[in-house]
Design a protein around this ligand. Structure first.
Ligand code: 5GP
Ligand code: ZN
Length: 114
């Protein structure tokens, strides 16, 4: 989608600090990090939010998480741990309407989240 910022990042039209790329997913550092390590993993295919997923997307979402875990390990988080977050909709403060998984680590994270 031409007017989607994350589609444009996936296409290489907007620069990012990439930490992983393959045929289906791109991972890059968050512009406004909330932890010492904070990156986003997105599918190249435009999916606006969790609410748009169907059963046909189960494989995509599974591989999204496996990819995120592998990148987390590559960035040294496997031993100390990390958190996955997917915000969906207004109450969860989703600001970019292209599905993205946050991976946060490198410090002790509070619980419950805000
Ligand atoms: P959300 O609030 O939708 O779950 O998260 C969107 C995230 O995308 C935010 O953490 C924000 O800092 C990040 N973000 C927004 N625009 C850009 C951008 O152009 N580049 C990068 N690297 N991150 C972005
Ligand atoms: Zn998009």
């Amino acid at each position: 989608m031409a007017d989607c910022i994350f589609c444009r990042i996936a296409a290489g039209d907007i620069p990012c600090r990439e930490v992983h790329a393959d045929t289906d997913f791109v991972a890059f550092r968050d512009l406004n990090p909330q932890a010492p390590v904070h990156f986003l993993v997105i599918p190249r295919r435009h999916v606006a939010a969790l609410t748009d997923l169907t059963g046909a997307d189960a494989d995509l979402v599974g591989r999204l998480q496996v990819t995120a875990a592998q990148v987390a390990a590559k960035l040294g988080l496997a031993e100390t741990g990390y958190r996955f977050v997917i915000n969906c909709g207004r109450d969860a403060c989703q600001t970019v309407p292209h599905l993205h998984l946050h991976v946060l680590g490198g410090r002790a994270l509070g619980w419950p989240p805000g």
